[in-house]
Design a binder for this molecule. Structure first.
Ligand code: MIG
Length: 801
């Protein structure tokens, strides 16, 4: 049998049912369904029934008013936000915005095509078209000229060319003549995306090795709109427990128990704030899930309790492979409940991995997930609330699972080919749902290595086994920025590098950058040097403490950003491509890995040995965060940098609520909100959110929420009246006025006394001997003006003249 490309032919029949257009073209079935005004689903199948992918999309089509018209040449579907034109002969689709401007269209020649089982959609490629996102993919910010496979892989020691990695999110954002759109290929088979590689820009395309062409087209006026629409489709994060925003210390592995006690004590003695310590695989008896090694950890309950009393949470690793040992309770119960993945002849699939010969839980089966949830009680009874899912691509020795192996896949009975990419996603779903079942109203924390679109609903993602090197540090930042554009806002990388060893300079730089990452964890490989903040000498220890302190000061701002991500999917770390999409400068050089934490804290990662760095500031006026030096944007700058001085800038109009340093998130702060406002002729707003940080009571209004707005032209700052039934932990409000020239301020109609203070957002580093020859900075912001008032729940209006 010799295959040639077969492109979809002419429409032979169709009908309109409500908003859905369904029919046949050639001998293929198609169905076009608007989900809301911005999202249209396109399905084309060569099979008798449309292929179902039940795991990623949580949205149901909304019953919206559309206009559908039909002529001899084409079918037109018009919503309030976009227009889809389907030419009839041959079947080709194009999408337009409200203004009739083209967003995306099928390649006129090849359109939708098959090569045997493989389905491909060829799209015309505009000269200036930019491609963003794709989640955890190596390479540059603009994906133009690159191609990628989605096939979840254990990519130990990956680098900037490695593809695929651990997580697949077959979703990209295209920007054509400045106008963004998104395409999510919801097909879990191995897929391939080509953004103009090896075809001299004839077209871009995406393929799936099996199943249907099943994609969602998304119109959005901005990149962030597209991300928010995608987040409606695939869901947003759960509110995390607040402790998971703190600093986390991991290693492969801390054992025996006294080593863990020792690490915990050292953080507290050295006054380096931290919230989490991890137990990697050596805590288990012979690497068997749901066990503790009795010799290394004779009393896990006491250990966990002691750490809790010191303000730490313990997170344990959990792999999917279950040792096939009779008498091992988990295995026996798994066999009895029939939860393991099987060959087509009904025998359980067996491969070797950490616990030796293992079976693999079928997490795509509700039965498997429910069993896992019950097994989790072993941990939750010990007081654990945090779970780290590893090896869930799934990985095993040899890394070559036979494709015929079968998975339930929500009752479909499919092979490895269709199930692999969702395996890790469904494992961490089982873990999250199981933990919820076991710990009642408390918020669990889950972390996964593998995932698929929608994984954000259940877990944070870390980027796996990176390497200690400057390039890897920058790659990690891009991966996190890119995951944010793929609807996964909570992500991080192993600070210091997992494989190989960091230098003191690299460790400090990496930790400084990660201070601004959503997930902040140091981790390193077995048999490498110690990698705690104090393990690289006194200077690094001080630098680490300074940045970790800053992380805890930022907590009110950071937590509010997690809440926004929970509400609508807005990334916590935003690549400059999110807010400055049409500035061509951001797609080159250092600007590619720059990002903002929230809307206006710009972080410019520079490498560890640099004394000078070229950075890019996008349009607007900026204030260097640690010194208040004012800089005009839309320009490249060469600035001084050093291992303790990361270039961070606050944008004009920034509203940044800070608190005092605490040693962990459970520790009560001093009750004073330090609200930093950066003057400019702009109007901005920032949502402030607070709640108990640990339960789901916020779903019943037990939260404290207010909008903070700044208007430089009207000379007004307003903190709206609070919403919700939660009592804020803040009692006093101190407003720091950066770049304000006025001295006459009123708060709620009363003259406000202006005072001045010297402040530091970051502490200086002591002179160490011998020192690299560079000037130590003192980061003093002298005589900064501030005004003070009670943090009352009713509106607070500040005006000036
Ligand atoms: O085969 O659990 O990516 O973070 O420390 C290696 C041991 C298994 C891989 C994870 C890494 C973890 C390690 N794991």
């Amino acid at each position: 049998m010799n295959f040639r490309n077969e492109s979809l032919g002419a429409i032979t029949s169709f009908q309109v049912l409500n908003n859905t257009i369904e029919g046949e073209a050639g001998n293929r079935k198609f169905r076009l369904t608007p989900y809301n005004h911005n999202i249209v689903r396109v399905q084309v199948s060569k099979y008798e029934t449309f292929d179902e992918y039940p795991f990623s999309v949580v949205m149901q089509p909304e019953n919206i008013a559309t206009k559908i018209s039909d002529s001899s040449e084409e079918i037109l579907l018009t919503t309030e936000a976009c227009e889809m034109k389907v030419s009839k002969s041959p079947f080709r689709i194009s999408f337009y915005n409200r203004q009739g401007e083209l967003l995306n269209e099928d390649d006129p020649t090849f359109g939708i095509s098959w090569l045997g089982e493989e389905v491909t959609n060829y799209k015309s490629l505009a000269q200036d078209e930019i491609f963003l996102g794709m989640g955890e993919k190596s390479g540059g910010l603009n994906r133009r000229g690159s191609s990628y496979d989605n096939w979840n892989s254990d990519a130990f020691g990956f680098n900037n060319d490695t593809d695929p990695l651990y997580v697949s999110t077959p979703f990209f954002i295209g920007v054509r003549e400045g106008r963004p759109y998104g395409i999510f290929l919801d097909n879990t088979y191995k897929s391939h995306f080509n953004f103009g590689t090896s075809n001299n820009d004839r077209f871009s395309y995406f393929s799936a090795s099996g199943g249907d062409l099943n994609y969602y087209f998304i119109q959005g006026d901005t990149v962030n709109d597209v991300i928010q629409q995608y987040s409606k489709l695939t869901g947003t994060i759960q509110m995390p427990p607040k402790w998971s925003l703190g600093f986390q210390q991991c290693r492969y592995s801390y054992y025996p128990d006294h080593e863990v006690y020792n690490i915990a004590d050292t953080f507290r003695e050295k006054k380096i704030p931290a919230d989490v310590i991890y137990l990697d695989i050596h805590y288990m008896k012979d690497y068997m899930a749901f066990t503790f090694d009795n010799e290394r950890f004779p009393n896990p309950k006491a250990l966990i309790e002691k750490l809790i009393s010191q303000g730490f949470k313990v997170v344990v690793i959990l792999d999917p492979g279950i040792a096939t040992k009779k008498g091992y309770g988990t295995y026996d119960r798994g066999l009895e409940k029939d939860v393991f993945v099987k060959y087509p002849d009904g025998t359980a699939y067996e491969a070797s991995v950490w616990p030796g010969n293992s079976h693999f839980t079928d997490f795509t089966d509700k039965k498997g997930r429910d069993w896992w949830a019950d097994e989790l009680k072993f941990y939750t009874d010990l007081g654990l609330e945090g779970f780290w899912n590893d090896m869930n691509e799934p990985a095993c020795w040899g890394q070559d699972i036979p494709d015929m192996v079968e998975f339930d896949y929500d009752g479909q009975q499919v092979t490895h080919k269709k199930a692999r990419n969702v395996y890790g996603f469904q494992m961490v779903r089982a873990t999250y749902e199981g933990a919820r079942k076991q710990i009642g109203n408390k918020r669990p924390f889950t972390l996964t290595r593998s995932g698929f679109s929608g994984v954000q609903r259940y877990s944070a993602v870390w980027t796996g086994d990176n390497v200690a090197g400057d390039d890897h540090m920058l790659l990690g930042v891009r991966l996190v920025n890119s995951l944010g554009m793929a609807g996964v806002p909570v992500a991080g990388y192993d600070v210091g590098g997992f494989v190989e060893e960091s230098s003191p300079q690299l460790f400090s730089r990496w930790l400084a950058v990660a201070t601004f990452a959503p997930f902040f964890r140091v981790h390193s490989m077995v048999n490498v040097r110690d990698s705690e903040p104090w393990a690289y000498g006194e200077e690094v220890e001080e630098i680490s403490r300074n940045y970790i302190n800053l992380r805890y000061k930022l907590m009110p701002y950071l937590y509010s950003l997690f809440y926004r991500a929970y509400q609508n999917g807005t990334p916590i770390n935003k690549s400059l491509a999110v807010d400055y999409t049409n500035d061509p400068e951001i797609y080159h050089g250092n600007a590619q890995h720059e990002f903002t934490l929230g809307d206006w804290l710009l972080v410019c990662p520079t490498t560890s040995q640099q004394e000078y760095a070229k950075i890019y500031l996008p349009e607007g006026n900026w204030y260097r965060f640690f010194t208040d030096e004012k800089v005009i944007g839309a320009q490249h700058l060469v600035i001084e940098t050093s291992m303790e001085d990361l270039p961070v800038y606050a944008k004009e109009g920034a509203i940044i609520p800070l608190q005092n340093v605490v040693q962990n998130t459970q520790e009560v702060h001093d009750g004073e909100m330090k609200l930093h406002i950066y003057h400019g002729d702009v109007e901005t707003s920032q949502q402030y959110f607070e709640d108990d940080g640990e339960t789901f009571d916020f779903e019943q209004e037990a939260f404290y929420r207010r909008q903070m707005t700044f208007n430089g032209n009207e000379k007004r700052i307003v903190l709206s009246e609070k919403e919700g039934n939660f009592q804020s932990s803040f009692k006093r409000l101190k407003v720091y006025l950066h770049g304000f020239e006025s001295t006459e301020f009123q708060i709620n109609g009363q003259k406000a006394d202006l005072s001045t203070e010297d402040i530091r957002l970051i502490e200086p580093v002591t002179e160490f001997d011998p020192l690299p020859q560079r000037d130590k900075k003192n980061y003093l912001i002298s005589d900064i003006n501030f005004i003070e008032t009670d943090f009352i729940d009713s509106e607070i209006e500040i005006i000036w003249s």
